[in-house]
Design a protein around this ligand. Structure first.
Ligand code: 3H9
Length: 675
């Protein structure tokens, strides 16, 4: 096999080029080639300086993640970075696209860095449950400074080339289209200066910044092992000689690499990318152009959905029934954008550009020329059918018609049109402009190009899309149901809302089932007859306990929306339990896990067997991006594999659940759902 590394002499400068699509990951072949090229440059008297650059869409995007967990292959990346740094001839990194993780660390081993203005530099290892393990934690404090190093290593968020220049991480900006030429000129200039090894540079900034940063972000880092370890390494850089700092980094990196959190997060990295692939659909299928989107309903959901497209520069026509509702909806979109602008996420002119691309209307006829129309109206089958019948008559042929329903049967909705092949579900999660998950529901007749178009569009609007089949609640909400049912039963048996929620929060969820219910609205799906009280939920709704919006739900809320346990709720629960003849008992946290989380795995196994999800990792993606399942636990199916499916089955059997056949099979064969 030919090497991904090639070299070319330009006068005194040797240009080393990596061409390892798609992202120039630093796999064994790249490392071997780079190592040989650097050594050859050092040995060649005619070479006075070196430029390292990449072909394709990006500079090195990091170590090759697929190699993790396999036996290491020399040359090892940290050693390669040292070799580059030890070159007696100046080495310049020419950066475009993204210099990430081991890629940035390679650039830090170079003596000088030049980047195009659009380049991004970062150490995203924490997102894989790791930390920069090729010297990033030791070299960043010497280039970008302690404060930026702490932020970059602990959050994994990349910074732009301009900020990198201000910090001193990058020495100079190149022209967007003249990187190689500018890098060559730079290399010729620094021949006289000679090499500038990063390890020899002084640490910049004050170590106190690390502690302050850790404290300010404590909530964000809750449950994660990697950020604290990354900060400890940066801190070590401020007081240890370089080699000792490197040894400390190595120790911390190895601990994380072989831990459960990194395995879970690497699983999710690949799961997210796998989810975009549609089984049985040619990946090169021609897509339908989507240049204009229609959204029906300007409520919270319709508004949030519209924002996704507007932000991506796709014009939206939004339809409401009444002027007042339309004005209110459009006002809310503007308010959301302005709030984001106030936080620095948008420039004021971007807000205006987005708003200018929005066409509010009361007329369905204005949807006629849209390429995609998404319906986000009241969750009622008759209403949906009427809307789709109307769309069928109005919207141009070839347009895609989507429903944002979270439960209803897409095939039944599609049957109200004469073009079922163009219909599918696009289930956004609230708030739709924020939550990353999109369940794309494939109906029995949905055409392959329609599905592929929507999956590709999802990426464009920065969603993580998962294909789901037609079943009640699709993947996510279907798995939520057994959790809700058991949580209510547990209340009757003696657990409190606070106890159940705490078990879920301690597990790593952002909130428990009752906190979630209070946030979403206890009254969602309530029959609205205060005289008809059949369960705890009816009783709460009847006394106005609708959740946070009425100041009380399963909890009481103060004016800052801080919850506290409610005596009224407890009395209602006790009353129902007594009427049902139940004797209260102490419920252990373990039982709560077995009865609320294990049934989700059981439901996941049913969903898989019924082919409502393409693969187990898709289910994990749904729960990570739609419901805040802790990413360091890798999603419910990965978690079950880690716990042991035999343990899950034993726990479920203890409480009398019917075991899904696929789960039983996994337990009996000691098999796994995920790779
Ligand atoms: C590290 O560096 C550790 C060191 O500190 C220490 C070592 C000792 N390896 O995302 P895309 C694949 S840890 C292997 O769809 P985009 C990806 O799976 C690493 N494969 O493209 C996909 O494959 P497929 C730190 C990788 O344009 C294809 O490339 N670095 C890697 O939307 C396209 O990816 C990171 O964590 C990899 N490193 O985004 C960066 N990266 O086509 C991870 C990608 O078969 N990467 N693939 O599904 C990214 O964030 C994005 O890929 C990037 C491009 C922003 C670069």
């Amino acid at each position: 096999m030919s090497s991904p590394i090639s070299t070319e002499r330009h006068g005194d400068v040797l240009v080393i080029t990596s061409d390892n699509p798609p992202v120039n990951a630093l796999g064994a072949a790249v490392r071997t080639g780079l190592d040989a090229a650097i050594r050859a440059a050092v040995a060649d008297d005619a070479v006075k300086a070196v430029v390292i650059r990449c072909e394709g869409r990006t500079f090195f995007a990091g170590a090759d993640i697929t190699e993790f967990g396999k036996p290491p292959v020399d040359p090892w990346l940290p050693a390669l970075v040292d070799t580059i740094e030890a070159s007696p001839k100046p080495v310049v990194a020419a950066i475009h696209g993204t210099a990430l993780g081991g890629g940035l660390e390679t650039a830090l081993g170079c003596h000088y860095r030049i980047a195009v203005p659009s380049a991004k530099l970062g150490t995203p290892e924490v997102k894989l449950g790791l930390l920069p393990g090729a010297g990033g934690t030791q070299r960043l404090p010497r280039t970008a400074g302690i404060e930026a190093a702490a932020e970059m290593c602990a959050t994994g968020t990349p910074i732009g080339a301009r900020r990198a220049l201000d910090l001193g991480l990058v020495d100079r900006l190149a022209g967007e289209d003249s990187l190689t030429a500018d890098a060559l000129a730079f290399a010729n200039e620094v021949i006289a200066q000679g090499p500038r090894p990063t390890r020899a540079l002084p640490i910049k900034g004050a170590p106190a910044a690390i502690k302050a940063f850790a404290e300010a972000n404590a909530k964000k880092f809750r449950g994660f092992d990697a950020p604290a370890a990354a900060l400890a390494c940066v801190e070590a850089a401020t007081r240890l000689p370089f080699d000792e700092g490197m040894a400390f980094e190595r120790e911390q990196f190895t601990k994380l690499l072989f831990g459960a959190q990194s395995a879970a997060m690497r699983h999710i990295f690949f799961a997210e990318r796998q989810a975009a692939k549609i089984d049985g659909v040619d990946k090169d299928i021609a897509l339908r152009p989507i240049n204009k989107v229609g959204v029906i309903g300007a409520g919270t959901m319709g508004g949030g959905i519209s924002m996704n497209f507007l932000t991506a520069g796709i014009p939206v026509t939004i339809v409401e029934m009444k002027q007042e509702a339309l004005d209110h909806g459009v006002g809310l979109i503007r308010k959301n954008y302005e709030a984001s602008a106030a936080k620095g996420r948008f420039m004021p002119e971007q807000v205006e550009a987005a708003m200018a691309a929005l066409t509010p209307t009361l007329s369905f006829d204005d949807l006629a020329d849209c390429d995609l129309v998404i319906e986000a109206v009241y969750e009622n089958m008759d209403v949906k059918k009427e809307v789709f019948g109307k769309l069928d008559r109005i919207v141009k042929p070839g347009a895609i018609l989507a429903s944002n329903t979270s439960y209803l049967n897409i095939d039944e909705i599609a049957a109200s049109t004469g073009r079922a092949g163009d219909v599918l579900g696009m289930h956004f999660f609230s708030p739709a402009n924020v939550m990353k998950l999109l369940e794309v529901v494939r109906g029995a007749k949905t055409a392959p190009d329609v599905l592929a178009t929507v999956m590709a569009l999802a990426k464009k609007i920065k969603k993580v899309a998962v294909v789901a089949g037609v079943c009640h609640g699709f993947i996510g909400n279907r798995m939520l149901m057994p959790r809700q049912v058991e949580s209510m039963k547990l209340l009757m048996e003696g657990a409190t809302p606070a106890q159940i929620d705490k078990v879920h929060v301690d597990f790593g969820m952002p909130m428990g089932p009752f906190q979630m219910s209070d946030l979403a609205g206890v009254d969602i799906g309530w029959h609205r007859d205060p005289a008809r009280i059949e369960n705890i939920r009816d009783a709460l709704c009847a006394v106005g306990r609708w959740g946070q919006k009425t100041g009380k739900g399963f909890y009481d809320y103060d004016d800052k929306r801080r919850p506290s346990p409610s005596a009224e709720v407890q009395a209602i629960i006790d009353d129902f339990a007594a009427k049902a003849g139940m004797t209260k008992r102490a419920i252990s946290d373990e039982e709560i896990v077995e009865r609320t989380l294990y049934p989700m795995v059981n439901e996941g196994a049913l969903i898989l067997a019924e082919k409502m999800a393409q693969r187990a990792s898709d289910i994990d993606v749904v729960w990570i991006y739609g419901y805040g399942w802790p990413v360091y636990r890798g999603g419910p199916m990965f978690w079950a594999d880690l716990e042991g499916n035999d343990k899950i089955v034993a726990g479920l059997e203890k409480h009398g659940f019917t075991i899904a056949p696929l789960l039983k099979e996994k337990a009996e064969t000691k098999g796994r759902f995920t790779a």
